[in-house]
Design a protein around this ligand. Structure first.
Ligand code: GLU
Length: 418
């Protein structure tokens, strides 16, 4: 028994054992690779605006420290529990290793709907969470970043809180910060830009032009919205989109700049249009060239995988596709899967660039950031394609095999202490 229970960790475990079988990793080596090194649970009390005290549960899971500090986002969402955070930390490890970054994976979170807090309460919770984490994190131990429900402002509060306790500014404790306080140009856009870049690579392999291709995007947070904008820049037509407040579809194409302007002002999709309203349950199964789940994990199960009508499945979210759905997709070679640990790696890759710039206090221009991002993604994409082709396995199996193998090699080289 471990503390990592629930369907999301179960999914990470099943995926890992499939890869371990593929790599013929002996049973006695598996727990060392799968189970996180450390997990921290904290209670975060804050004063609410009405004078009462509220306590929120927070977590941080550090998967392995074999290759350097751990790295990963902090999620503020009602779904957060230790199993979900643990799974997300494990996935971060394979993602960082695939991209060749000198990190293990981590993830943190607070069980809260951030929309239920005032700005003042959100600041109090963010600062208290970081304060509780001070004994466990550090620029060479564990470096946080944004994830679902957190943003640049929260990263600035994290950085400020950590720095106030250290008595000096420590920019490199957190990535995804505003540029004004040591953030890098191009970080906010990195994940979505990376998704669009990889979709273009995938479509190139299929021989389908981007201009005029159709896309459906589920989720309109930072990743979903930048993906939509980056795909539109490449001439792709957006025919369906949703967030937690609304779902719109129109086979003739939605007006992307009007949509982005609306969300810029309103913060949510609701209120954009009355004509294009659609049923969110059927969104993923609509016919399109490019399908981008950019919201929650486990939205594509086996039943949904059978219904998909896309050419490219670009997993911008972490863990959107269940292992059962993977079995279905392996029988559907007409769908080109860009697995999450490759597809959404742009975020952590540019987080790495931010950390490097902060450590050196030497900052790059945006073109340099984006150019380096694409080079790292291109290398990872080529490795996944080559391995999938050579071993006759799915893109997910190939991507995960590369990630798991790198961590395993590092553990073997370092040995077991003492
Ligand atoms: N939360 C993002 C992810 O899941 C980014 C992590 C980071 O930048 O460290 O990949």
């Amino acid at each position: 028994m471990s503390i990592y229970t629930g369907p999301v960790f179960e999914m990470a475990r099943t995926q890992f054992h499939r890869i371990a079988d593929h790599l013929a990793i002996p049973a006695d080596e598996r727990d060392r690779l799968l189970y996180p090194k450390r997990a921290i649970a904290v209670s975060c009390p804050i004063h609410r605006d009405d004078g009462t005290t509220a306590v929120f549960q927070g977590y941080r899971v550090q998967h392995h420290l074999t290759l350097g500090p751990t790295k990963g986002g902090t999620r503020f969402a009602p779904s957060v529990d230790i199993g979900e955070v643990g799974a997300l930390a494990v996935w971060m490890s394979w993602k960082c290793a695939l991209a060749g970054l000198p990190y293990g994976g981590a993830k943190g979170g607070v069980t809260v709907d951030p929309r239920s807090l005032s700005r003042h309460e959100l600041e109090a919770l963010s600062r208290r969470y970081m304060q509780e984490m001070i004994p466990f994190v550090g620029p060479h131990t564990d470096v946080m970043a944004p994830d679902m429900g957190t943003n640049e402002q929260i990263m600035a509060w994290f950085m400020d809180t950590y720095s106030m306790y250290q008595g000096q500014t420590v920019m490199e404790i957190v990535t995804g910060k505003p540029v004004a306080v040591g953030g890098t140009l191009g970080r906010k856009e990195a994940t979505g830009r990376g998704v669009a870049y990889l979709v273009e690579r995938a479509m190139g392999r299929l021989g389908v032009p981007m201009a005029g291709a159709t896309a459906i995007v589920q989720g309109f947070g930072n990743v979903g919205s930048v993906t939509v904008a980056s795909l539109a820049d490449r001439g792709v037509k957006l025919i369906g989109v949703s967030d937690h407040t609304a779902c719109y579809a129109d086979p003739r194409g939605l007006d992307v700049s009007a949509l982005l302007q609306h969300v810029d002002k309103a913060g949510i999709l609701a209120g954009f249009s009355t004509e294009a309203l659609a049923d969110p349950a059927g969104l993923l199964a609509r016919p399109c060239d490019i399908l981008v789940p950019a919201a929650m994990e486990r939205v594509i199960d086996a039943a949904m995988a059978k219904r998909l009508q896309c050419r490219v499945l670009a997993e911008a979210a972490n863990g959107p596709t269940t292992p059962d759905a993977d079995e279905v997709l392996e029988q559907r070679p007409e769908i080109f899967v860009l697995p999450d640990i490759l597809c959404n790696a742009g975020g952590v890759i540019v987080s790495y660039f931010e950390w490097v710039q902060d450590l050196q206090q030497f900052f790059w221009d945006e073109a340099e950031v984006t150019d380096r991002l694409y080079r790292v993604l291109q290398r990872a994409f080529a490795q996944v394609m080559e391995r999938a082709g050579r071993e006759g396995v799915s893109h997910r199996t190939a991507a995960m095999a590369i990630g798991v193998q790198k961590v395993r090699d590092a553990k073997q080289a370092r040995g077991l202490f003492p």
